[in-house]
Design a protein around this ligand. Structure first.
Ligand code: PLP
Length: 488
């Protein structure tokens, strides 16, 4: 059968028009590593938040690609001229907003090499290195976090995706034939219920939306005055739902919530899960890294009773974004939930194929950068860094406590401080604190973000950069006091 197109004309381009010539690659590569080294050395000279206005970068760029290729030196010049001003410097030691996350230099080497290999981990044969390094590295991390050996880990990009997979597993375990028949148009299905606290990250809302459970399936349990899930209210909500014929199937407590880093009582939630045969998924995306520090182990009590756990080394283990870990006890159930093997992916060997454990077909070789980080810093090095961040956060909290003009608004279990200015004779403290935050952020010296706790505008200072030192916190404290005096 001859149904292919006629051969193309003889190629008009020269044979060297493949990749960048190797000498050029070497030259630019060395220059780029030098550029990154200089960037880290001088990072404090940059404003933490980009000073660009929306669309500044977009408007400065041509609307179509160059007809002929540019010299890479020109491209790098444009990085300095156009891209750099549009960068918010997450690696700046005074980035204290949201959660302060940063990459180590050695983590960048991991990204470089995995880009060089450009493996798509789907089948073992397409990516033996990724398939085999990932479980080893995740077992090292499991041991460091003191998790039971029943947990096996899988790497995804973000916690949102890890949690989506966990809830999908919990739903599959119900054996309601949802994988085959879906949920729509089925009168035989009760309303499925997932429980979390009011303080939970909205990745859980998104997961229930995406899984077709609907937002009304997610029950948000009120929290106590420490922003921890009220376990009595959880118990009542489950009973109430059962009495209405709904089907509770999953509870998601958080260790280290996003707003205030509060810690739900996983031990008590686990009791409820066991009594009611519910899936227990623990979200410790932020704080999970602190489980490697012996004196913080008590915050993780009960975690080994979970069915699944999410933790993000890209948040607080000095690993470049992105790398989230889902630990599950029943790896076979994860496979049962997601595996779907097309003819062109069938293989004869009996091996682990990473495509079977999630939505994606191919995955990036992410374990390499975590392996680099663990090898380079060692367990002790990582523990010391996280311990130091927690020390610095407590030190800052002490300054707040000792000041007449500021007050703490939440406990500090890890390295996040929630506080506000509260000078006497100022009525609208929300507005004052918002102004102080905006002034600090506009100064370029530091970045703070906010939340609302008990209805109060709350400043959040997160300590997590691998480059942060006590002097950086002192600088923020001085700025806070300065603007507090000036704005009043
Ligand atoms: N869970 C918690 C507790 C978080 O703090 C966050 C993000 O800050 C997430 C989940 C979502 O993380 P990701 O951006 O990796 O999806």
């Amino acid at each position: 059968m001859k149904n292919h197109e006629k051969p193309l004309e003889q190629a008009t381009f020269a044979p060297e028009s493949g990749d960048m010539p190797k000498e050029e690659f070497r030259r630019h590569g060395h220059a780029l590593v030098d550029w990154i080294a200089d960037y880290f050395e001088n990072i404090e000279q940059f404003p933490v938040l980009s000073n660009n206005a929306p669309n500044d970068l977009k408007n400065a760029l041509p609307t179509s690609a160059p007809e002929k290729g540019d010299d890479f030196d020109e491209v790098l010049k444009d990085v300095e001229k156009l891209i750099l001003p549009a960068v918010t410097h997450w690696n700046h030691p005074n980035f204290h907003g949201l959660f302060s996350t940063s990459t180590s230099s050695v983590g960048i080497f991991g990204e470089m090499l995995s880009a060089a290999f450009d493996m798509k981990a789907m089948l073992w044969r397409t990516s033996p290195a990724s398939t085999e390094l990932e479980p080893v590295v995740l077992d090292w991390l499991r041991q460091m976090m003191n998790l039971s050996e029943n947990f096996k880990g899988v790497i995804y990009d973000t916690a949102s995706i890890s949690t989506l997979h966990a809830i999908a597993m919990a739903r599959e375990k119900l054996n309601l034939g949802i994988r085959e028949n879906g949920m729509s148009g089925r009168a035989d299905l009760p309303l499925l219920r997932v429980y979390c606290s009011e303080q939970t990250h909205n990745s859980i809302d998104k997961a229930v939306i995406l899984l077709g459970l609907g937002q009304k399936s997610l029950v948000k349990i009120p929290t106590n005055n420490r922003f921890e899930m009220d376990v009595e209210k959880l118990r009542e909500a489950i009973q109430d739902d059962k009495s209405k014929g709904h089907l509770p199937f999953c509870i998601i407590p958080t260790i280290g919530t996003t707003s205030s880093s509060s810690v739900d009582n996983v031990e008590r939630v686990a009791d409820i899960c066991e009594r009611n045969n519910l899936w227990l998924h623990v979200d410790t995306a932020y704080a999970g890294s602190a489980a490697i520090v012996p004196e913080f182990q008590h915050y993780f009590k009960g975690i080994n009773r979970a069915d699944s756990i999410v933790t993000n080394p890209h948040k607080w283990l000095f690993t470049p974004f992105d790398l989230s870990v889902l630990y599950v006890k029943d790896l076979d159930l994860l496979k049962q939930t997601f595996s779907l093997v097309a003819e062109y992916l069938k293989v004869s060997e009996t091996v682990t194929n990473q495509m079977d454990y999630g939505i994606q077909l191919g995955r990036r070789f992410r374990s390499l950068k975590l392996w680099f980080v663990m090898r380079y810093f060692g367990q002790q090095g990582l523990i010391e860094r996280i311990r130091e961040h927690c020390r610095l956060a407590r030190l800052f909290a002490n300054w707040v406590d000792d000041s007449e003009d500021f007050e703490m608004l939440a406990p500090v279990p890890f390295a996040l401080v929630c506080f506000r200015a509260c000078p006497k004779n100022v009525e609208d403290l929300d507005s004052l604190n918002e102004k102080i935050m905006n002034e600090i952020n506009a100064s370029g010296e530091a970045y703070l973000s906010h939340t609302k706790l008990n209805g109060k505008f709350t400043l959040r200072l997160s300590v997590g950069s691998i480059r942060v030192e006590e002097r950086h916190l002192r600088k923020v404290w001085d700025l806070l006091n300065k603007f507090n005096r000036e704005i009043r």
